[in-house]
Design a protein around this ligand. Structure first.
Ligand SMILES: NC(=O)c1ccc[n+]([C@@H]2O[C@H](COP(=O)([O-])OP(=O)(O)OC[C@H]3O[C@@H](n4cnc5c(N)ncnc54)[C@H](O)[C@@H]3O)[C@@H](O)[C@H]2O)c1
Length: 367
């Protein structure tokens, strides 16, 4: 059908239903299949959306010649294989965050998508959320000045994941947000963490990053916390900003606060600090649902054959940063620099993956 993308969803666990609800509401999408290994899960999908065909066998979805695109919302360890099979079958692919569990796999998916002129998109949902998009606008306008540092907390009494650490579960959000805001990747990443419950994956981690611009950042992540925090503070040379995603209104506040250093004439280099505590302004935000905007972006990029905003390269950047953070965690927080670039150490003969290919943006997808 002209102007319509026919999709199949694989993975109808916790997150898949959110994707399905949004794709069901898109005029330009036609959801044909829902696939999950669990019989109860597909029965639930069928009861909610009788028009979709359900299956426990992924081969049914990618084998359907009428399906244009596949949405993958399964556990991280399965992303690569499922995405690879879809791309090999000639389908456009949307994969939930993080894109893959190694940068080597992310590179392979990007190469395959490019070679076959297929869209590969990653679900960095926050890059489509109104407060995050507004903050990008504010940073780019120069209102905050140069960014000195950013600090975020993403903690709650969360579900312990069996197969991944808290870094792989929660950090993709903050990493993708920070890279989007700053438009750069970190030179150094360090991480400390521990498993507070014996025998489990690390359930608390503090990740720190340094960027080429001089900005530094810290991300606190935990599944063990008395309260839920989703808060980021940005301190710039001109103004400061607080983003609290748990607030229902006024999620973003800009503080006209700062400290300036004045050298007094004839004072032999002595200086005075002048403190400014001015207005606090909360900008108006759009009210669209991030997942709906994200779904529209995927469908539009498939239809217009242009790279999506959160393309494979965006997914690779985040996966690489996650690998570096995990590497640091194993070495008690030592800083892992960019020489561990996409899984490769410059001065190490033994490459962890193939040499790094600079994917600044996914290539243009021609007609
Ligand atoms: N963007 C976001 O804000 C956000 C939020 C939560 C989760 N996620 C991501 O969504 C993905 C899924 O997370 P979840 O919490 O829904 O996991 P989940 O374990 O609740 O659900 C995964 C589902 O996939 C099914 N599944 C696994 N392998 C399959 C296969 N080979 N074929 C068919 N079905 C299969 C399972 O049966 C399960 O129902 C993860 O990548 C996670 O990081 C994203």
């Amino acid at each position: 059908m002209e102007g319509i993308v026919r999709v199949g969803l694989v993975g109808y666990g916790y997150w898949g239903p959110n994707l399905l609800r949004n794709y069901m509401g898109l005029d330009k999408a036609d959801v044909r299949w829902v696939c999950d290994l669990g019989a109860g899960r597909i029965a639930l999908a069928k009861s909610r959306y009788p028009s979709v065909t359900v299956t426990q066998d992924y081969a049914d979805v990618i084998g359907d010649p009428e399906v244009d695109a596949v949405l993958i919302a399964t556990p991280i360890s399965t992303h690569y294989e499922l995405a690879l099979r879809a791309l090999e079958a000639g389908k456009h692919v949307f994969v939930e965050k993080p894109l893959t569990s190694t940068s080597r796999d992310a590179v392979k998916l990007i190469e395959l998508a490019n070679a076959n002129r297929l869209t590969l998109m990653v679900g960095h949902t926050f890059e489509y959320s109104p407060p995050v998009m507004k903050i990008k606008e504010i940073i780019d306008s120069g209102e905050l000045g140069d960014i000195h540092f950013m600090a975020s907390s993403r903690v709650n009494l969360g579900l312990h994941q069996k197969d991944v650490s808290v870094i792989w579960d929660l950090a993709p959000h903050d990493l993708s947000i920070f890279f989007y805001w700053l438009g750069e990747e970190p030179t150094h990443i360090g991480a400390v963490g521990r498993s507070c419950l014996d025998g489990c994956n690390p359930d608390v981690a503090f990740v720190n990053l340094a960027f080429p611009s001089g900005a530094i950042a810290e991300i606190q992540l935990s599944w063990l916390s008395p309260v839920k925090l989703r808060r980021t503070m940005i301190v710039g040379s001109r103004k400061m900003l607080l983003y609290d995603d748990t607030e229902s209104v006024e999620k973003v506040k800009i503080y006209d606060h700062g400290v300036t250093r004045k050298v007094e004439p004839d004072s032999y280099g002595e200086y005075q600090l002048s403190y400014r505590t001015g207005d606090i302004v909360s900008p108006r935000l759009d009210t669209h649902e991030p997942l709906f905007t994200e779904a529209s972006e995927f469908v539009d990029s498939v239809l217009s054959r242009r790279p999506p905003r959160t393309d494979g390269a965006s997914g690779l950047r985040v996966v690489n940063a996650l690998e570096r953070a995990e590497e640091s965690l194993k070495h008690n927080g030592s800083r892992v620099d960019e020489t561990m670039n996409y899984g490769r150490r410059k001065d190490d003969d033994q490459l962890l993956v193939e040499p790094y290919t600079p994917y600044v943006h996914q290539m243009f997808i021609g007609p």
